[in-house]
Design a protein around this ligand. Structure first.
Ligand code: ADP
Ligand code: MG
Length: 150
């Protein structure tokens, strides 16, 4: 599934729709270069989960936990991770529990340690906006895509 998102607001709104398409957590990989809108999309998902406070980019902390009305959300940004093994010290197994939603920016940096995603979202430049491409990797991910397609 592909779609064109013309501006920041459309990106955040798409995040809100994605939040509605998730029923019991899951792992979402956010792929795309710096500045493609991964954090904007994550902010939209968190808003859609009912989080009203601020959403900061977890560039330095690697992970930011949120206790939202829709359940636990962990927002990762692994850009600064130098070795996937560091994730073991963060105790990431606790984060990737069945009912938590994990949004992961720069999952490439955690290769070999991160679990497989349910959904991959690839963001790229397209004119003044962004193209978003969704790929379901599990049945849970496919259910999310089916709901988004409706
Ligand atoms: P990333 O986390 O991928 O590095 P950010 O979410 O921080 O990217 O966004 C970088 C910039 O891109 C921000 O200025 C944001 O407003 C802008 N942006 C986000 N989505 C879109 C879009 N669909 N079209 C145009 N600009 C966008
Ligand atoms: Mg970011």
């Amino acid at each position: 599934m592909k779609c064109y998102l013309p501006d920041e607001q459309a990106m955040a709104e798409f995040g809100g729709q994605l939040a509605q398409a998730i029923d019991a957590g899951g792992v979402v990989f956010l792929l795309g270069d710096l500045g493609m809108g991964k954090t904007t999309l994550s902010r939209g998902v968190l808003r859609g989960c009912g989080h009203t406070g601020s959403v900061k980019s977890p560039t330095y902390t690697l992970v930011e936990p949120y206790d939202t009305p829709a359940g636990a959300v962990y927002h990762f940004d692994l850009y600064r991770l130098s070795d996937p093994e560091e994730l073991e010290y963060l105790g990431i197994r606790d984060y990737f529990s069945d009912d938590a939603l994990c949004l992961v920016e720069w999952p490439e940096k955690g290769a070999g340690i991160l679990p497989q995603p349910d959904l991959e979202i690839r963001l790229s430049l397209s004119g003044p906006g962004r193209e978003l491409e969704l790929t379901a990797k599990t049945q849970k991910g496919q259910r999310m895509v089916d709901i988004l397609n409706k």
